[in-house]
Design a protein around this ligand. Structure first.
Ligand SMILES: [Zn+2]
Ligand SMILES: [Zn+2]
Length: 558
């Protein structure tokens, strides 16, 4: 198998955070009934890159966990991320803290740290080495500037247990918050689940036993084949779509390279980009629930299940591929296994599930044109050249020589000192560059940081989403919104996310189980910042007073 892989490589510093003032749970919230049916365990399933339309589009094919959650839970049809930079670290931190990136401080998977003059990774921390793999850089949630729901829970209920697991490092690290009991992620060098010294000096024995159990190796000879009748894949764009993967390895079956005779680093690297990544994660989570005794008593516990396969498959094959359909049907089955396991171990009526996603994804522009939508794929090198030329013209306009762009991570960071040397004020420089950038056909809006944070009394559409995306100190000089359906791509293959448009911001949001109303669909527009405050009430605690989200009362059983 040769997956096109867009997984970002990986790097920290402290974000000192204090737990803030908590409200006591009041009758004003109308939560008495919910508090009485408080779950022993809440499981948050974050399906990485799950578009909202995946729920209804394939509803007739789901028979497992997704079907149960959608039929019996409270489903929000119009749930959106309310920030512009729709990438994984930002989405997970937002869901977990109930706050905008403007307040929790996670503004990308990586971003330009102006005082440090370098790009930093969302969970880098050289003081917290990964245990068991010295080749991996250190990891922790120290850049998270707000407590997450797990921290709220442990503050109010110190004997509650909080864990987070996932394939990627930043997803469970940011979901788990600042003071969880344990966080584990997949090591793509060797297929082990690992943690860092931020969490413990010695992982429990069961982690090593799981890693040595051989579970991770069971897919090596099997490979990834279509698991359902051809009719299930009929709505896909077909199995040999030329923009999939690397343009060569586009069709089922997707076999691992078994010539070495046994699983090797190439196999462990590729595994998470198949549905088997989430199946392995479920096996790990099931072991964790058993060994750590989650849901074993009436004190509520919290587990994050950050499933990444859908994202890695979506990047490579796209949301309209047979691979995506096969993956979602396997996810439906994996989630059925999860619900079945919770039923037998924690007991029906004793647990709550919340399912959502960190962002959606843009269909292949080549697929969009088949649907009559004008999309565009712009190669990254051409995009960079166009931006650089526009900035150079602006510099020439002002008689400025020298390199102006410091970084293009999440927007454009300019070296304002170069302009000051020529007597040009920083905002004048930004405005001059913005004027040139606005002439580029694939750019719809350019906002200077002063414009983003200017006082305003009206709703400003996309501009508000950009403001929500950055604390003032981490904002780029210029935020850029491309034309809708424009994909900036490293190659002619694959797709991605990261825009403020609905295809990236619209995600599923489902609450199901103990304390939740049954079988209810809500049409009102809600935000992912509302997820954690709502789950908090189900857990019997009140969210901190300074979260940005609100409690979604439609969820609460009366
Ligand atoms: Zn993601
Ligand atoms: Zn992604």
């Amino acid at each position: 198998m040769n997956q096109q892989n867009l997984r970002q490589p990986t790097r920290c510093r402290c974000g000192i955070v204090s737990l803030r003032i908590f409200l006591t749970l009041g009758a004003a919230l109308g939560v008495t009934a919910a508090a009485q049916s408080r779950p022993r365990l809440a499981v948050v399933v974050v399906v990485d890159q799950m578009r909202a339309d995946y729920l209804d589009r394939f509803a007739r094919l789901y028979t497992g966990g997704l079907a149960r959650l959608a039929q019996d839970g409270v489903v929000f049809d119009e749930a959106y991320h309310d920030h512009a930079v729709t990438v994984t670290s930002v989405g997970h931190a937002t869901i977990a803290t109930g706050c905008y990136p403007e307040h929790h401080g996670i503004v990308g998977n990586s971003w330009y740290d102006r005082p440090a003059h370098r790009k930093v990774y969302s969970c880098e921390d050289s003081t917290s080495p990964v245990i068991g793999d010295a080749t991996l850089p250190g990891r922790s949630p120290r850049r998270l500037q707000r407590p997450a729901i797990g921290d709220w829970l442990k503050q109010m209920s110190p004997r509650s247990k909080v864990f987070a697991v996932g394939e990627k490092d930043y997803s469970p690290i940011l979901s788990g918050g600042l003071h969880p009991d344990g966080v584990y992620w997949y090591d793509e060098n060797n297929g082990d689940f690992v943690t860092s010294t931020y969490y413990t000096t010695r992982p429990p024995d069961w982690v090593g036993e799981f890693n040595r159990s051989g579970v991770k190796d069971r897919y090596f000879h099997e490979g990834w084949t279509k698991n359902w009748p051809e009719s299930a894949y009929a709505t896909s764009h077909g199995d040999a779509f030329p923009n999939e993967n690397d343009g060569v390895h586009t069709t089922f079956p997707h076999r691992f390279d078994t010539t070495g005779g046994h699983p090797d680093s190439a196999y462990y690297y590729e595994l998470p980009a198949t549905p088997f990544g989430d199946e392995l994660l479920f096996d790990f989570a099931r072991t964790l629930i058993q060994k750590e005794g989650l849901g074993a008593d009436s004190i509520p516990d919290l587990l994050w299940f950050d499933a990444a396969a859908t994202d890695l498959i979506g990047h490579g094959y796209g949301p309209d591929s047979p691979e995506m359909i096969d993956n979602l049907l396997r996810l439906d089955r994996t989630l059925d296994s999860l619900l079945g396991f919770l039923e037998s171990s924690v007991g029906a009526g004793n647990y709550t599930v919340m399912l959502t996603s960190d962002h959606g994804v843009l269909p292949f522009p080549e697929d969009l044109s088949r649907q009559g939508i004008v999309g565009a794929r712009i190669l990254k090198k051409d995009y960079d050249t166009t931006i650089a030329n526009a900035v150079a013209r602006a510099a020439a306009d002002m008689g400025i020589a020298g390199k102006l762009i410091l970084s293009q991570s999440g927007g454009i960071f300019l070296d304002t000192t170069v302009a000051l040397d020529r007597g040009v004020a920083p905002e004048d420089l930004r405005q001059q560059v913005a004027t040139r950038l606005r002439q580029i056909p694939f750019i719809d809006e350019v906002m200077t940081c002063n414009e983003l944070y200017a006082p305003h009394a009206v709703v400003r559409g996309y501009r508000d989403l950009y403001q929500h995306s950055f604390p003032r100190t981490l904002a780029p000089d210029l935020a850029i919104r491309l034309t809708e359906y424009t994909l900036v791509s490293e190659s002619k293959f694959g797709t991605t996310h990261g825009s403020p448009f609905a295809y990236d911001t619209h995600v599923p949001l489902i609450f199901w189980g103990a304390g939740v109303t049954t079988g209810h669909r809500v049409k009102d527009r809600v935000r992912t910042i509302d997820a954690a405050p709502t789950l908090a009430v189900l857990l019997g605690i009140a969210p901190p007073a300074d979260v940005d989200g609100v409690v979604l009362k439609d969820v609460l059983a009366r």
